[in-house]
Design a protein. Structure first.
Length: 92
């Protein structure tokens, strides 16, 4: 079971939604050293202590991540930051 499981509705066209997810991934890579790659409409990401993905669908997206023992202590702040960025990029 994922440590983090967030679903977020959106109304963006597919290309714009994918671009927004890409921009989020680039920001995470820059700030936290996260590696990522696309597999179809799923962006997989990882770094030490975190392994997850963002599944992009036509009307919503889902962020799931497994947090390692040390990172699980920061679950609340991590979820809050993910939700903030999703609201910023995709609207509340």
């Amino acid at each position: 079971m994922p440590s983090i499981d967030i679903r977020h509705a959106h109304s963006l066209p597919h290309a714009k939604a994918r671009k927004a997810v890409q921009e989020v991934a680039e920001k995470l890579a820059e700030r936290f050293g996260i590696d990522y790659d696309w597999d179809g409409d799923t962006l997989n990401f990882n770094r030490s202590g975190v392994d997850g993905k963002i599944d992009l669908a036509p009307k919503n997206l889902r962020v799931t991540a497994n947090l390692g023992f040390l990172m699980s202590a920061f679950k609340g702040p991590i979820e809050a930051e993910i939700k903030r960025v999703l609201d910023e990029r995709f609207g509340a």
